[in-house]
Design a binder for this molecule. Sequence first.
Ligand code: BGP
Length: 475
Amino acid sequence: MSKMPNGFLWGGATAANQCEGAFQEGGRGLSNIDFLPAGEHRRAVANGTLDPHTLEKVRFPSRSAIDHFHHYIEDIALFAEMGFRVYRFSVSWSRIFPQGDETVPNEEGLCFYENIIDECCKYGIEPLVTICHFDVPEHLIQKYGSWRSRKMIDFYLNLCRVLFARFKGKVKYWITFNEINMILHLPYMAAGLTFRDGENRLETCHIAAYHELLASAQAVRLAHEIDPESQIGCMLAAGNTYPYSCRPNDVLEAMLADRENFFFTDVQVRGHYPNYARKKLEREGITLPRQPEDAETLKQGTVDFVSFSYYNSMTASSDPNLQASKNGNIFSTIENPYLESSEWGWSIDPLGLRITLNTLYDRYQKPLFIVENGLGASDVFENNTVEDDYRINYLREHIRAMKDAVLLDGVDLIGYTAWGCIDLVSASSGEMRKRYGMIYVDADESCMGTLCRFRKKSFYWYQKVIASNGESLDG
Ligand code: BGP
């Protein structure tokens, strides 16, 4: 009994902005991600404090990335060879609506995604489509101020309508927004938000988040109307926060930190703002631009499943002397002395995945989907391959913890997609050398190279894991 249940969806995940490149081909318009530079200014741009248009002599890695746009046939063939049953990818909004506020979509952009989906179907791979993964058309940012404007809901729904209608019967699983909680941490990267001097950032972020939550709820209804078979999910950057000690004050801090994230999924699963969030907004003096029909919209648009990324757990303390010095997936946190770290300083905590799965399942009682998990590392490419035992170890331990959550604890889990199954540009750092893939891409820090694809050792290891439905983890 150490296999995953029949039909478990094993696979991998990418995002348009980190792999497609070809930023001006096929009629694509510009988007926020085209202005996220590599190097020292990236963080300031991503959090909305530096206007990227003022920068000179910087490189924008997403513009070329790994050129998946021209390599998708070969890439999907490699995914099929690994045995993928699901491939998670995102659409680039500005490929379909180059400006964002048109009424007629760009046919060339739609054809591109149709081809990807058809390639997947050819191999029996289930497409899992993220509608918006850190992606806002530049024109919508300039003209409307992005998600701070309620008009964004309609533009987003136009995109959804086109996608749902075109891919009805081919795509069953959809995700409305990637890591929706990221809007509070990296508002430009996550949602195209920049701020004026003196503007109340927190208020703007919460207003924008409110619009995204309304948009997500309406997308769920729309998907079900167009295709009653479709399953539509929310997506959270997850990972529980542990109390630094068993001091009740630390336990409280950890609970409050978790709520900063759960608040989004609480709305998307339960259909209303939880009391703790209402109280917090009240205390912050933030008034959301509520309209009379909104409460019903949120109530009617609850999701079918809860998907999430998991890279690391976090630690909280009430002791002001303990600083959040440790990196993690976007959030910095207090170092947990019991855990080791990756090269990029993210803590490694496989058991934390079992804890997160159980927490989410206890909280929501909805099917879960792990749609990102993996190790970013700098690989040594030799003899046309990479001996990436460190990646295999990371994945093995996380998959083991996932199996315990499902087979011992009874968590209902739809699937597991390893992040960056093919090397791609890192979201937080913009680096190419922070690689997650089981497929190596010959591209240097400037995304230059032959762009040839090579199978790493982890490719063959994951192939066996999938073929044995999770039974064989030792290679
Ligand atoms: C998540 C994003 C992904 C991905 C991943 C790894 O936050 O959804 O887009 O990039 O983290 O992070 P990074 O690329 O910063 O190593």
